[in-house]
Ligand binder design. Structure first.
Ligand code: PBG
Length: 336
């Protein structure tokens, strides 16, 4: 036998062929863009977020502009987080009819009804102690929190949200939200649950951006321990039983094994959240010349999709969509 007949390199010799045999390709439809909406009287408010380069605090009207810009480059959905004017112990701003998220939903749907508006359903941006539920002594009271989450989801649906996304990690919250929505005529509003959400150090830049760092303790009594994989499957199974329509794994890149296991075990659509710390690490390393930002971004997103994510929540959504649009016209760009 001469030199081995099999030469995997044959299919790598030209950019065109590499593109033809690529197993995983990204499209702008894969992405969901998170937006931070601030309660403000200034319609044109748009201020850079220090901890997250190229991300902004936006007024509800400017959130609509951002959502339209994203939609114009092919990003179908946004995920809204709110920064209320006032916080209190129960986080009542979360279900205020005129809260920043509720206002932004109305603005976006009025500007472009086709945009899929997803609302993050949680209390931590609205509580003065920064926890995702009601605090009783030094613990978060799971069952008392459920009613408030259901109220929040309902107010988001009433404002016109296309989907609600509970990120609090209380037990039983998907069922509580599903029941509340069904009881009020929102049987067709899907629940995208943050089903396997880990207590992660990768949320740091987001907590600075949303001003939701816990005032005491941490989130380890409700978010998952990073060492656990089998438990993620139990969490996902419970959320599906309770009525989740899409299940999410969060963070994404450090948890590719979880994305893959969830994909292989369940048949629901799987979302993955490339969180603020993942984003900030790429931005930070690129800013000091250690990595190429675009290549790092595309490679990370491709890895998340390859692991099994059907959709990716990412602060890179618009940048990535623009990069992909450029490469449709030329396939000799090395970064894809
Ligand atoms: C709220 C929430 C958090 C994130 C999304 N929803 C913060 C947290 O759980 O502490 C993090 C998103 C990111 O880091 O990009 N519960």
């Amino acid at each position: 036998m001469a030199f081995p007949a099999k030469r995997p390199r044959r299919l790598r010799m030209s950019p065109t062929i590499r593109h033809m045999v690529r197993e995983t390709t990204l499209t702008p439809h894969d992405f969901i863009l998170p937006l931070f909406v601030k309660a403000t009287g200034d319609r044109h408010y748009r201020e850079p977020i220090k901890s997250m380069p190229d991300c902004y605090h936006l007024s509800p009207a400017m959130a609509a502009v951002a959502a339209e810009e994203a939609y114009a480059v092919g990003v179908p959905a946004v995920l809204l987080f709110g920064l209320p004017a006032h916080k209190n112990s129960r986080g009542s701003g979360a279900w205020a009819e005129d809260g920043p998220v509720q206002l932004a939903v109305r603005e976006i749907k009025a500007a472009r009804p086709e945009i899929c508006v997803i609302c993050d359903t949680c209390l931590c941006e609205y509580t003065d102690h920064g926890h995702c539920g009601i605090v009783c002594g030094h613990t978060v009271d799971n069952d008392a929190t459920l009613e408030l989450l259901a109220r929040t989801a309902l107010s988001q649906a009433r404002a016109g949200a296309d989907m609600v996304a509970p990120s609090d990690m209380m037990d039983g919250r998907v069922a509580a939200i599903r029941q509340a929505l069904d009881g009020q005529g929102f049987a067709h509003t899907p629940v995208m649950s943050y089903a396997a959400k880990y207590a992660s150090s990768f949320y740091g830049p987001f907590r600075a951006a949303a001003d939701c760092c816990p005032a005491f303790g941490d989130r380890k009594t409700y978010q998952m321990d990073p060492g656990n994989a089998r438990e993620a499957l139990r969490e996902v199974a419970l959320d599906i039983e309770e009525g989740a329509d899409i299940v999410m794994v969060k963070p994404a890149l450090p948890y590719l094994d979880i994305i893959k296991a969830v994909r292989e075990t369940f048949d629901l659509p799987v979302a993955a959240y490339q969180v603020s710390g993942e984003y900030a690490q790429i931005k930070g390393a690129a800013a000091i010349g250690l990595v190429d930002e675009v290549c790092n971004m595309v490679e990370s997103l491709t890895a998340i999709k390859r692991a099994g994510a059907d959709m990716i929540v990412t602060y890179f959504a618009v940048t990535a969509a623009r990069v992909l649009a450029r490469q449709m016209t030329s396939c000799d760009d090395c970064s894809l």
